[in-house]
Design a protein around this ligand. Structure first.
Ligand SMILES: Nc1nc2c(ncn2[C@@H]2O[C@H](COP(=O)(O)OP(=O)(O)OP(=O)(O)O)[C@@H](O)[C@H]2O)c(=O)[nH]1
Ligand SMILES: [Mg+2]
Length: 489
């Protein structure tokens, strides 16, 4: 039986046990959630660029950025057949809200409610990107009002309810003490503690790191790599990737008009263009012969940032990109968006079932702990049994131990172990460090070798206890891959 099926079975058993109680509805919701898209929250400090990045991931400018009441409300973006916005007030019934769309940006009318009165907004929007994931935009932590911070905190680290998000993309600008504290609390749960299994770090607003210089992304990549190997960070997130969110958002919503405006900059002699783009102020105010009004220039800066204008005009000048489509693709790539998408794919989507089961089992464990009923002990035992025996959870546990630095060994052995149990992605080729198009025979031969190697390590009396436990898990991972490869042949 698959992990999801086992989880569903124990949930069904729980629903029978708690029928007629206050937990009835909640358990049904937890079970339904197993089949719904993965829920990924975008979190981080105030103005870290969360909403902008969310828009880049969706491919539309849905989430409000900058000022406005709505940035202070937890907002869900989910797929659906029609466009609607629902407010869930803290008191009273949920109600539909009116919204308008201007230049692609949606503007929600809270209909007389203040942001403090709204528990959450649910935006239903037919968008391809939302078919596999429901994104949750959160108000910034450490924000203007203490109340806000508590709100987000409550969403991600609830005291009495299941965590609404299955995974989190955590935006870091510079590593801040609050960031660490926040991430710790989010991970302080049963399956693994602390656990980097469901969090990815994004070094956000990466273009600003090199003060908008054309090589800003390279600097950002170096910093992200360093952060990603920092022991404190590794305990909390799986990896840290740099993303220039604003450029990413603009790339995926680029218009022909904007490309036409950028061409004017691209057509300037290089030296003149460089001088014009020395600062945002210069770009906004000098060189009237450019043929762009100050409003147009301000608009370009707001959409691209200085870095983006520099990069995009250079790409056009060098004919790396000729059309809007080409430019959009090039900018999405260079902003780090494609890289982030790949990482979300391999660390979240390919592990969807494990993350879903994990959320459900944590919720169920909480209910059985807080409310005993005839039959609930058997449910609790069932949950325990799945958490202890299901191989994906064992992998997650080893992964967290590795990340916490509890398993020591030669660096290359530790690195191989981490990869083998799915630390960099759970596809067979990623685990075996082979290219994605490797043939099954090659995959199988490599898996056989890894199996033999890890069996020896597991049986070697000189291996430390922690490494022995981890080696046994690695052996099971190899056997699992071989079983799947055998079936497909
Ligand atoms: N240069 C640059 N500016 C960015 C980037 N991402 C966001 N911004 C700008 O930063 C400001 C805040 O962006 P948001 O996306 O609203 O940030 P947020 O984290 O959602 O903010 P709150 O919800 O208010 O906490 C906006 O003016 C964005 O245009 C980026 O990658 N580069
Ligand atoms: Mg926001």
């Amino acid at each position: 039986m698959t992990l999801i099926d086992r989880t569903r079975t124990v949930l069904t058993q729980a629903i029978a046990v708690y029928r007629g109680s206050e937990h009835d509805r909640r358990l049904t919701a937890v079970r339904d959630r197993l089949d719904e898209p993965l829920r990924v929250a975008v979190a981080g400090r105030v103005k870290a660029g969360k909403s902008t990045l969310l828009n880049a991931l969706v491919g539309e400018r849905l989430a409000p950025t900058d000022a406005g009441e709505c940035t202070r409300v937890v907002t869900w973006y989910q797929d659906g057949h029609s466009y609607q916005v629902l407010a869930v007030p803290k008191q009273g019934e949920p109600r539909q809200l009116r919204f308008t769309r201007d230049d692609g940006v949606i503007d929600i009318d809270l209909g007389g409610l203040s942001s403090a009165e709204v528990a959450q907004l649910v935006v239903t929007w037919p968008a391809r990107a939302l078919r596999t994931v429901t994104l949750i935009d959160t108000p910034g932590i450490g924000s203007l009002t203490e109340q806000n911070a508590q709100h987000t905190w409550g969403l991600l680290v609830p005291d009495d309810e299941e965590t609404p998000a299955d995974a989190v993309v955590y935006l870091l600008r510079h590593l801040h003490a609050n960031d660490i504290e926040f991430l710790r609390a989010f991970h302080d749960t049963e399956v693994s503690r602390p656990s980097p299994v469901n969090a990815i770090g994004v070094l956000s607003r990466a273009d600003e790191i090199g003060v908008g210089r054309i090589d800003s992304m390279a600097s950002a990549r170096r910093i992200a790599t360093r952060l990603g190997t920092d022991a404190n960070v590794r305990r909390l997130v799986q990896s840290v990737v740099p993303v220039a969110g604003l450029l990413a958002e603009t790339a995926v919503t680029l218009t022909e008009v904007e490309v036409g405006q950028l061409r004017r900059v691209a057509d300037l002699p290089v030296r003149q263009a460089e001088e014009l783009l020395l600062s945002a102020d210069r770009f906004a105010q000098t060189m009237p012969e450019l043929g762009l009004t100050s409003i147009e220039r301000e608009a370009l800066l707001a959409r691209f940032g200085v870095f983006g204008v520099r990069l995009a005009s250079t790409l056009l000048r060098r004919e790396v990109a000729g059309t809007a489509t080409e430019l959009s693709r090039e900018l999405a790539d260079r902003s780090g968006l494609n890289n982030l998408r790949e990482i979300i794919e391999s660390l979240f989507f390919e592990r969807r079932d494990v993350l879903k089961s994990r959320s459900a089992l944590l919720a169920l464990a909480e209910i059985t702990r807080s409310c005993a009923r005839p039959g609930s002990a058997a449910v609790a035992a069932g949950v325990e049994e799945i958490m202890a025996s299901a191989h994906p959870f064992n992998e997650l546990r080893v992964l967290s131990s590795l990340r916490a630095g509890w398993i020591s060994g030669k660096p290359d052995v530790v690195a191989e172990l981490e990869q083998l149990i799915g630390g960099s992605g759970s596809s067979t080729s990623q685990r075996l460090r082979l290219p994605p198009d490797a043939a099954d025979t090659e995959l199988a031969a490599t898996a056989e070798q890894a199996l033999a190697r890890w069996q020896r390590r597991a049986e070697n009396p000189m291996t430390s206890y922690e490494m022995t436990v981890a080696a046994r898990v690695a052996v099971r991972s190899c056997e699992g891959m071989l079983a799947v490869l055998g079936r497909s042949r």
